[in-house]
Design a protein around this ligand. Structure first.
Ligand SMILES: [Zn+2]
Ligand SMILES: [Zn+2]
Length: 135
C-alpha cells in the first residue's frame, strides 16, 4: 500500500460516518495528497475489499459517492434531509434476501448498497423550516 492509500484508509477507519472524497481530502489536508490521488486511492481500496461505497443524492450535496471502511461489519445508514447527518442504522439485514435471490433466481450476489433518507427524530420534532442545529 502506498502512503496515500494508507492515509485514506486511516481517515475512513477513524470516521464515524460515510465520507465523500471531498471529506476525505478535507480530513487529510492538501499536504497529504491531491484530489486525484484521493479518488484513485478510494477506488483502489474498494476494489481491494478494504472499503465500500454507495451513491446518495441530496438537495444540499448533490449526487455524491460515500465511502466507509470495510474493517467494521457491513452496515447501512440513514441520511437526514434536513440536518444532513448520517445515522448508523446497524448491521445489514439483507443477507436473507440475497440468499433467496441466489437460491431462487440463480444469481451470485457479491454486493449491494442501500440507504434510507428522510428526517431524523430531532428534525422531525422541530418546527417546519427550522431543522435541528447542524453538527
Ligand atoms: Zn436531522
Ligand atoms: Zn447490506
Amino acid at each position: 500500500m502506498t502512503r496515500a492509500r494508507e492515509a485514506v484508509l486511516a481517515a475512513l477507519d477513524a470516521a464515524e460516518e460515510p465520507l465523500s472524497a471531498a471529506a476525505v481530502l478535507g480530513r487529510l489536508g492538501e499536504s497529504c495528497c491531491d484530489q486525484a490521488t484521493v479518488y484513485r486511492a478510494l477506488d483502489y481500496l474498494e476494489d481491494a475489499g478494504l472499503a465500500e461505497s454507495f451513491v446518495l443524492r441530496c438537495s444540499e450535496h448533490g449526487t455524491e459517492r460515500y465511502f466507509v471502511s470495510a474493517s467494521r461489519p457491513h452496515r447501512h445508514w440513514f441520511h437526514c434531509e434536513a440536518c444532513h447527518r448520517f445515522v448508523d442504522i446497524g448491521a445489514c439485514r439483507l443477507g436473507g434476501l440475497a440468499a433467496e435471490l441466489e437460491r431462487e433466481r440463480g444469481f451470485q450476489v457479491r454486493r449491494h448498497s442501500m440507504y434510507f433518507s428522510g428526517l431524523c427524530p430531532e428534525c422531525k420534532g422541530a418546527k417546519a423550516g427550522t431543522p435541528a442545529s447542524r453538527r
